[in-house]
Design a protein around this ligand. Structure first.
Ligand SMILES: Nc1ncnc2c1ncn2[C@@H]1O[C@H](COP(=O)(O)OP(=O)(O)OP(=O)(O)O)[C@@H](O)[C@H]1O
Ligand SMILES: O=P(O)(O)O[C@H]1[C@H](OP(=O)(O)O)[C@@H](OP(=O)(O)O)[C@@H](O)[C@@H](O)[C@@H]1OP(=O)(O)O
Ligand SMILES: [Mg+2]
Ligand SMILES: [Mg+2]
Length: 372
């Protein structure tokens, strides 16, 4: 449906320069323009409150100052949609709370023998804890991946190490999360979510570790952003071309499962723009583990991202009268299915609230952004 002649929408974007270079492509600007949507850069050097007018603001900026700016802007411009709420995004800045939400997803129907969950993990806050820690006693065994607890977009927050044995623990710099390394055939599935749109792509991941070789491996191995390593930048226009893995043999997980997890996460987190990383647990045929969730990921690597994002903006902008965005979660279908509990999968026939539960309010009565 086209907007009546003359009516245009302004979408303000607040992005770090690297993100701006990859996301704000001419192709996106033009496709949005055809749908009467103008993408307008927010100048981070000036107060947000002095900028606009905007109908919608999208953003990926860290820090209290930016949150304060958004709060002031919302108070002054209650009709402007902010996607997403900074409080909701905050949950993804900690690798424990990030994955906890997956454990809270209930009633996702799975095909026979298909299940999902997260790897076992513990947080370590203090360097003195690390050395005399009894990993096995806490349900973890080597190898483990050590990930910085904080995921704040810094290069440091992506620095991981694969720890093979006790010697490797000594180099860790808490606060870190120790997560069991799960063999998964060297392939990772990146599931991009844009409102109710879901797209899964395959990427290269860390190779499997052979348990028999563990004894001979030296303490630990450091790495960073493995799944982005085959991403190249086209000279001149900073266009990202993702060499998605096409090994011709790895099947993607059942799409229904991914869509259900995506819908569940959207509702539970109150977010519209994110991706999540999934691996297939080689020990248990059809068990899928969510290992990472990223806010406003590298959408430019997603096929036809310009159309997907433009359609999303259009939908959101045309729901503003209702002050709500229908998340279309389809929760009132058959509720008997699988519920994720700990690392176990149990059957559930729990009742689910329909109606209100299917919608996420974006603004409250005073039309300030709220958390769901
Ligand atoms: N539990 C795990 N078992 C096996 N491999 C893992 C596990 N966790 C992470 N990995 C591997 O390490 C990589 C980096 O981990 P993770 O995705 O948590 O880091 P990140 O820096 O947040 O990544 P991104 O660039 O997607 O934000 C994954 O892409 C995957 O290859
Ligand atoms: O550009 P940004 O800083 O947002 O980087 C994000 C990066 O997107 P990019 O491709 O645009 O670099 C994402 O890649 P994909 O998952 O989509 O492959 C992922 O690595 C996020 O974790 C990064 O966000 P951060 O965790 O650092 O906040
Ligand atoms: Mg990841
Ligand atoms: Mg991440």
């Amino acid at each position: 449906m086209e907007e009546p002649m003359g009516r245009r929408f302004a979408v303000g974007y607040a992005l770090a320069s690297k993100k701006q270079a990859s996301f704000i492509q001419i192709s996106l600007i033009n496709i949005a323009k055809e749908k009467s949507i103008d993408l307008i850069k927010i100048d981070l050097e000036k107060p947000l409150i002095e900028q606009g007018p905007f109908n919608l603001v999208i953003h990926k900026i860290y820090g209290a100052q930016w949150r304060q700016q958004l709060a002031e802007y919302s108070a002054k411009n209650p009709n402007v949609l902010i996607i997403d709420s900074p409080d909701a995004i905050e949950r993804l800045h900690n690798r424990i709370s990030m994955l906890q939400v997956v454990m809270e997803l209930s009633v996702i129907e799975c095909e026979d023998a298909v299940s999902f969950g997260i790897p076992k993990q513990i947080a370590v806050y203090d360097a003195s804890e690390v050395l005399d820690m009894n990993l096995e006693g806490r349900g973890l065994k080597f190898p483990v991946i050590a990930k910085p607890l904080v995921a704040d977009g810094s290069a440091k927050s992506h620095k991981m190490s694969l720890v093979y044995n006790r010697d490797g623990l000594s180099k860790l710099k808490p606060p870190v999360v120790l997560q069991e390394f799960v063999n998964h055939g060297g392939v990772i599935f990146k599931v991009y979510v844009v409102g109710d749109y879901v797209k899964c792509v395959k990427r290269k991941s860390l190779p499997d570790v052979n348990e028999e070789n563990l004894g001979s491996l030296k303490g630990s191995l450091s790495f960073s952003q493995v799944s982005n390593l085959n991403c190249v930048e086209r000279s001149g226009d900073s266009y990202y071309k993702m060499m998605d893995l096409d090994d011709g043999k790895t099947e993607i997980p059942p799409m229904k499962l991914l869509v259900d997890i995506a819908s569940g996460l959207r509702r539970a987190m109150g977010l519209h723009l994110f991706n999540f990383d999934v691996i297939r647990d080689d020990r248990i045929g059809n068990r899928y583990l969510v290992i990472d969730i990223n806010y406003f990921p590298g959408y430019a690597k997603m096929p036809s991202y310009e159309h997907v994002l433009t359609d999303f903006f259009w939908d959101v902008l045309n729901h503003t009268n209702k002050k709500e965005i229908d998340l279309d979660l389809d929760l009132d279908s058959d509720t008997s299915g699988c519920k994720n509990e700990g690392s176990m999968l149990v059957s559930s026939n729990a009742d689910v609230d329909d109606g209100a539960a299917n919608r996420i309010l974006v603004v409250d009565e005073k039309e300030n952004p709220i958390q769901v």
